[in-house]
Design a protein around this ligand. Structure first.
Ligand code: SAH
Length: 353
């Protein structure tokens, strides 16, 4: 049975499902889920991510993590953790860069949090010595340098729309139901996750206002923050997202580099939503960390030496116009420089005296 047919059968007997359940099934169903296929990334896939555009991205992050390693006191052992490593390209670039810092290289062990078996085998090709985890709960009790690029946008969201109703307008949860045997959006009373939003609702919402919430993102953020608060370390989280919600829906599906209808072909398109950076930062603060102000990917990469890395690649024989085009794509305000944001946290564990 196709994923569409099994979703329909489920909805027919049990009623509409939340957007979060729909996303989780479409992305991670063990055989028919989008990431379970493992061939999504790169120029030939459905979308291209920063590390697949240029090694400049991973080299700048590697050099930044090397600085963080020093600033947390150059521990004897450190866990280098990546969430959702895709093809493993970013970590391969980071590990190669860290090779220039022998003390750190000797202290480092690589840990991947990855749900897709197909992508795990891609990652193993590029980073053979990594250790894999199903989720963040099993990270080793070590100082931790963590990176996540385009991981949080893939975590399931709930969406709430402000809709007209007989007794006046109200918030309703956007679900997936059936209309004439096709998957279609439906509204139900908000589920229990809605309670977490009570303090953030716009004071006078316009009809059509939409709020998205990713409880799974907040749980992951809390777990990693608590870990870094306990053992010391740093985190660099990069994704497309916003600092303040605009109350417009951002849930989308991408296939072959084009936006498509998220309900048309379950499991065949990447499903994402913009990341709520303010909420991720607030979660880190709740865990006792002190995140730096959220910044754009463009300024972040340029301030950490992306221009010099590009220059070095050209000096080593790379094609100048290709390197420049990649640098521009990663950093220009009208490309990935502003929409993509960076949340950076450095936390030196204070040893009890
Ligand atoms: N960081 C990579 C890939 C981003 S795509 C890059 O920049 O190219 C999202 C990645 O997160 C994939 O590896 C996907 O399999 C993984 N992923 C998605 N949801 C996950 C979950 N709930 N738990 C663990 N990994 C997940």
């Amino acid at each position: 049975m196709s994923l569409a047919d099994s979703l329909k059968a489920h909805i027919r007997t049990q009623g509409p499902i939340s957007l979060a359940d729909y996303m989780a099934t479409c992305l991670l169903h063990p055989t028919d889920g989008y990431y379970s296929r493992g061939d999504a990334f790169g120029a030939d896939g459905d979308f291209i991510t920063a590390p697949e555009i240029s090694q400049i991205f991973g080299e700048v992050i590697g050099a930044t993590l090397a600085q963080h390693y020093d600033s947390i006191g150059a521990p004897d052992r450190v866990a280098l953790v990546e969430l959702g490593p895709g093809r493993g390209t970013l970590m391969a670039d980071i590990v190669r860069t860290i090779g220039h810092y022998p003390e750190m290289a000797a202290a480092t062990e690589v840990h991947f949090v990855e749900a897709s078996p197909a992508l795990r085998s891609e990652q193993k090709k590029r980073v053979p010595n990594a250790q894999w985890h199903d989720d963040l709960a099993t990270l080793p009790p070590l100082p931790t340098l963590l990176v996540a690029n385009e991981f949080f946008d893939a975590l399931p969201i709930h969406a709430y729309d402000y809709v007209a109703h007989e007794q006046g307008s109200r918030w309703a949860e956007r679900c997936i139901g059936l209309q004439a045997e096709r998957l279609a959006y439906a509204h139900t009373a908000p589920g229990p996750q809605f309670a977490a939003l009570q303090n953030d609702l716009p004071p006078a919402p316009a009809l059509g206002a939409c709020i998205e919430l990713s409880p799974q993102s907040l749980t992951a953020m809390m777990t990693l923050s608590t870990h870094i608060a306990a053992f010391g370390g740093a985190a660099i989280i990069i994704d497309y997202g916003y600092d303040t919600p605009t109350y417009t829906p951002t849930f989308q599906a991408v296939k072959n580099h084009e936006e498509v209808d998220p309900l048309a072909e379950p499991g065949q398109a990447d499903l994402t939503a913009l990341v709520d950076f303010a909420r991720l930062a607030a979660t880190a603060r709740e865990a006792g960390l002190n995140p730096a102000p959220v910044t754009g990917q463009g300024p972040f990469l340029m301030e950490r030496g992306a221009g010099q890395r590009a220059q070095a690649l050209v000096s080593a024989g790379a094609d100048g116009s290709e390197v420049l085009a990649a640098l521009k794509r990663l950093t220009a305000a009208d490309q990935m420089g502003t929409l993509f944001k960076v949340l950076e946290i450095v936390h030196k564990k204070v040893r009890p005296s």
